[in-house]
Design a binder for this molecule. Structure first.
Ligand code: SF4
Length: 189
């Protein structure tokens, strides 16, 4: 589930999360991004791999504990179906930027991945990455392009700009069963 609104403090006036492997509790009354930063710092210091969908996990954790009406959606086990916003996607992109290695993926491989993404049902173009400038911004930051870049939307499996996913190295495993035909899935040709 997702918080109905991440700009205003939820009931209880704070965002909160427990990092499961260590049991450490974190909270912030400033913003959910501040809380996420605390969590990431703790995970990095503890040698815990930071999940790509950390923001979603935080929201889902909170939603399990907040009063009814605080959240939207009802698919905690399938993040690909949860609502998505431009700002959440760009936040997620910023969080994974250190794990993007555009030079590690050669042009041929990038185009192969892009071809699969373009026809993937999880490549969500409803946020119109082309007209919001998302594609151009990310391409400029990565210093890379792929053919058919204008058809890259948001990968709903990872909830990241699809263009960025292509340059994740190493590529993370798929998250949801709906992404079985992803180029990241085991046994994909
Ligand atoms: S699930 Fe895989 S193929 Fe589909 S958009 Fe995401 S990265 Fe591309």
């Amino acid at each position: 589930m997702r918080l109905a609104n991440t700009l205003f403090r939820p009931p209880g006036d704070k965002w909160f999360y427990v990092v499961e492997p260590t049991g450490r509790y974190f909270e912030s009354s400033v913003s959910i991004a501040t809380l996420e930063r605390y969590v990431v710092e703790h995970m990095e210091a503890s040698g815990i791999e930071i999940p790509l969908d950390l923001r979603l996990r935080i929201e889902d954790y909170m939603c399990q504990r907040l009063p009814p009406g605080s959240c939207i959606g009802g698919h905690p086990s399938d993040p690909s179906l949860a609502p998505i916003s431009y700002f959440a996607v760009m936040d997620a992109f910023e969080a994974v930027r250190p794990r993007l290695h555009p030079t590690a993926v050669d042009e041929r491989e990038a185009d192969r991945r892009a071809l699969v993404c373009r026809t993937c049902r999880l490549n969500d173009q409803s946020l119109c990455g082309d007209c919001t400038g998302m594609q151009a911004r990310i391409s400029a930051m990565l210093g890379r392009r792929v053919s058919g870049m204008e058809f890259m939307g948001v990968c709903r499996d990872l909830r990241l700009p699809t263009l960025a996913v292509i340059f994740l190295d190493p590529p993370p495993p798929v998250v949801t069963p709906r992404a079985a035909s992803c180029w990241r899935a085991p046994n994909h040709g």
